[in-house]
Design a protein around this ligand. Sequence first.
Ligand SMILES: Cc1cc2nc3c(=O)[nH]c(=O)nc-3n(C[C@H](O)[C@H](O)[C@H](O)COP(=O)(O)O)c2cc1C
Length: 334
Amino acid sequence: MASSDLTHEVWNIDDGRFPADAPLPDRARFLLRYAILAPSSHNSQPWEFHVDGGRIEVHAAEDRWLDAADHDMRELYVSLGCAVENLCVAAERFDVDFDVAYHDDTPPVVVTLQPDSEPSSDRPPELFDAITERVTNHHLFRDAPLGDAVRDELRNCVLGDDVTLVMVDEPERKASIAELQAEADRLQMDDSEYRRELGYWIGIGALGDSWLKARIGQAVVSHLDIGDSEAKKNSKLIQSAPAVGLLVTDSDDPSARIRAGQVFERAALAAERNGVAVHPMSQILERPEMRTELTSLLDGHDGSPQHLFRLGYPRAEQDHTPRWPLETFLVERP
Ligand SMILES: Cc1cc2nc3c(=O)[nH]c(=O)nc-3n(C[C@H](O)[C@H](O)[C@H](O)COP(=O)(O)O)c2cc1C
């Protein structure tokens, strides 16, 4: 995949052009334009879609797996879940019914469009508009608590009972998470493979900077000792957030991670509609020993932590990051 193909054009979708009467694969391809706007770790976009009629197989693209940061593929499957959720939200918006099936082997998820059955509507319709507006916000957040209505909306994003959203807002527990984050940053930045991998994604411009800024960013991450400054910065970011969210699942397999990704994306879209910014922070969960330590802070919420993110009202706006065009991810069956 050429870095020069990364584009911001993908964010401009005219929803009036949904081909409602076209053959199913055309409808599937239109819906997938929303799927690829999903967040993914380092913006690696680790998905591939095999379209056969109305059947959309969602595959993990292992050539874009972050094997240094994400040893156990947790982030890869959470990212797939985010893309699946955008697909579902878009299908509901265009009144196309669908079924989602999870598998232990490959493909891990299959979404089947079912145009002849009555469309379901599990998701609030306003989530759809947020797909093209959502961004990850890396700035400090304002010192303002999340309102009760927003919290309720976020909690309502958990549709099944195998994923739990834990919200942490007590200053002491947030401080403990910020401490863990600082330690995890130092450990990760001490790992040359982690730095090389992060540098690669910054260098190709996946995280959104101009070519020159991206190359300088790559050099800084790859060669300078920035563990301490990252630790301080990220710990401050957590302290500035009125709440930290953590998604915990009963099991720790790919489908649980995909479902956690779906809940996260739904929450990120709901947050966006309420002016609340969301920022995943993965370094703690990337270190197995610290993932276990984080569990001890959860006050009786048993299970496997899958995704950690801060929530709050941002002090500054953030631009969209680019994506590869949809065609890059499509494998068509005749
Ligand atoms: C599973 C997952 C893990 C992520 N981890 C981090 C992280 O540790 N730090 C960070 O700044 N952003 C993290 N992100 C956000 C991505 O960097 C972001 O989604 C990507 O760059 C695309 O940008 P966008 O979300 O603004 O579209 C993560 C996103 C996902 C889905």
